[in-house]
Design a protein around this ligand. Sequence first.
Ligand code: PMP
Length: 286
Amino acid sequence: MSLKVWFDGQLVDKEKAIVSVYDHGLLYGDGVFEGIRAYSGRVFELDAHVRRLFDCAKAIRLNCPYSPEQIKAAINETVSANGFTDCYIRPVISRGPGDLGIDPRKAPRPLTFIIADQIVMYPKEMYEKGIAVVTSSWTRNLINATSTRIKSLNYLNNIMAKQEAGDAGAHDALVLNHLGHVSELSAANVFTVRDGVITTPPLIDGCLEGVTRNAIMKLAGKAGIRCVEQSISRFDVYVADEFFATGTGVEVIPITQVDQRQIGAGQAGPITRRLVEAFHNHVREG
Ligand code: PMP
C-alpha cells in the first residue's frame, strides 16, 4: 500500500502528491515548514509546532488557507491514515504556484501538504558514543536578514554547514553568528554542561526556538538542574564537561568531539544521560 500524503485538503497516494514547477516554494524557497514526531500514537507538542508554523507564516505574510485547528486535525489524520504510532511529520506551507517573479502576489493560493514517514538520523550507538562536530566557516544568517526564528524553505545556510561537516569527516557543524557566538548546529539546538549548570544560547544569538529545547529546559528545571540562556563562545564549548544537541530529528544526542577536542569523558555524560531518559519518558507520557 502506498504512503498517504495530505495534499491541499485530501489524502492522496505519495506518487500523486506532486508540486508544480511554478510553485514559489520551489522557485524561490518561499514558504515555511515544520518537523514533528509522533510517539506511541500521540503527536508530541502538536500545539507548539503548529503555533510555530503559523507564527513563521505570519512573519513572511503567508496566509495558509487552513486554520491551525484544521492543520492539527490534518496532521493527526495523516498519521493515522498511514497506520503509524511512531513517525516523523513534515507539514509545509508553500507560497504556491504562480507566474514567474518573486512577488508573492503572483502566487494567489498557498499550497499546504503534510508528509508522515520514518526518518533515519544516527545509529543507536551514537547516542552513547556521541557525535563529532566541527565549527562551520559559514556564519549563521543575521536575524535581521533571513531571521533564524523562521523555519523557512530557505535552508541553504544550514545545508552548507552540514555539507562542510560531512567533508571534514564530522557528523554535524557548530554554527556561529556574526559575533562569534555559538548559535546551534545545522538543524538542532545545543546545550553545554559545566559544573552542573546547563547553558543554551539565547534566541538572539541566531537559533531557532526549538520545541525540544523548550522541553529540555522544562525537564531540567523539574530535575533540579539549573538551566540558563546565555551567549556561549567556542571556548565555552571546548571546556564544557558535557555538550549535547536537541531537535525533533536527533531528539537528545551527546556531542563528544568539537574541532578535534574531546568533550568530557568522550561519551554521554551523567547530566546528558539524565535528560535523555527524562525526555524519552516525557514524550511517551499520555
Ligand atoms: N534549529 C534549527 C535550525 C532547526 O531546523 C531545528 C529543527 N526544527 C532545530 C533547531 C530544533 O528544533 P525542534 O526541537 O523544534 O525540532
